[in-house]
Design a protein around this ligand. Structure first.
Ligand SMILES: Cc1cc2nc3c(=O)[nH]c(=O)nc-3n(C[C@H](O)[C@H](O)[C@H](O)COP(=O)(O)O)c2cc1C
Length: 314
């Protein structure tokens, strides 16, 4: 019988307390963020026991024109009603946009930074406990960090400091736009095209110095669960790790070995939204296990509400 209690220890971060170590990572599920369907989807995951629900990547471009605090408050409330903390991931630009770092003018960079700050302020006013900057997975901010993707020769490229500059500037602008008690998270890919874990640690340090309170490393379970998160422990902020951690033994290894503080379960929560409750109650044999068929990605690309073939109700 597995001792699952490490997954159910609270964690204090800033002035907030996460009720447990289970995170629903950001996943675009094509239900919007100001809709009833979004409240139902994210609310049910909070109800089932995820401790921190990070709402999907949402474009900062046009955010402030599209949403006001009143539009997003129901989603934050639905997540809170389930007992979880609520965060929202802010995406650098418009999804599907193929802009490369070198394409952006200085004015467009300024606009992006302003877009982040404005969106973050709206999220905080709506009642979200945190916002996450999406700097991972080869998207724009991650490209700025990659020497293979960033061909700029100005202050936003060229050197390591230059490749870090936009991420740090956005983190600073978002921190300044947020009330002191709203958490700032940053999602980063530890190893990417042309950059190493060592360089990522330097970025992590800069981000922490700028006020980032939780580092979300993705992907970060490469050979072993949480192995690419563990080096960031030295930075002294809570870490989220991810990848196939719906396997309860793998999730527990991360916590037992101290490789990260929080485990994110993505596709596993689409396959079985009741995963946290079943784990807590020791009903492991009742979990509908994600088969990694990635049908959810098919829904994602088809712009259909994302679900699991095994759990059509999801
Ligand atoms: C349908 C779907 C949508 C996703 N959307 C996002 C997103 O909006 N932002 C992000 O950073 N990652 C996104 N991801 C990646 C997940 O957050 C997570 O890192 C990934 O699924 C690996 O975790 P897992 O093995 O537990 O599924 C998405 C994944 C899926 C399956």
């Amino acid at each position: 019988m597995l001792d699952v209690s490490p997954l159910f220890q609270p964690l204090a971060v800033g002035s907030k307390t996460l009720p447990n170590r289970i995170v629903m990572p950001p996943m675009v599920v094509n239900r919007g963020i100001s809709t009833r369907a979004a409240c139902d989807w994210y609310g049910q995951h909070a109800q089932a026991g995820a401790g921190l629900v990070i709402v999907e990547a949402t474009n900062v471009t046009g955010f402030a024109g599209r949403y006001g605090a009143a539009d997003l408050a129901p989603l934050a409330e639905a997540i809170h009603a389930g007992g979880a903390l609520a965060a929202l991931q802010l995406f650098p630009g418009a999804r599907g946009q193929t802009t490369a770092p070198a394409d952006l003018t200085r004015l467009q960079i300024d606009e992006l930074v302003r877009g982040y700050a404005a969106a973050a302020a709206i999220c905080a006013e709506a009642g979200f406990d945190g916002v996450e900057i999406h700097g991972a997975h080869g998207f724009l901010l991650n490209q700025f960090f990659s020497p293979e993707k960033n061909a700029r020769r100005d202050a936003y490229g060229d050197t390591l400091a230059g490749r870090m500059a936009l991420a740090v500037r956005i983190a600073r602008a978002v921190r300044e736009a947020l009330p002191a008690d709203t958490l700032l998270l940053y999602r980063h890919t530890p190893v990417g095209p042309g950059y190493s874990l060592e360089e990522s640690l330097e970025l992590g340090q800069e981000l922490v110095d700028t006020g980032v309170q939780i580092l979300d490393l993705s992907p970060s379970s490469i050979e072993e669960p949480g192995d690419h998160a563990a080096p960031f422990k030295a930075l002294g902020v809570p870490l989220i790790t991810v990848n196939d951690l719906d396997d309860v033994a793998r999730a527990l290894t991360v916590l037992r070995e101290g490789r990260a503080d929080l485990v994110a379960v993505g596709r596993g929560l689409i396959a079985d939204p009741l995963w946290p409750a079943k784990v807590r109650q020791g009903r492991l044999d009742e979990i509908v296990t994600c088969t990694k068929c990635d049908h959810c990605f098919v829904d994602l690309r088809a712009e259909q509400p994302v679900g699991c073939v095994q759990w059509p109700r999801g």
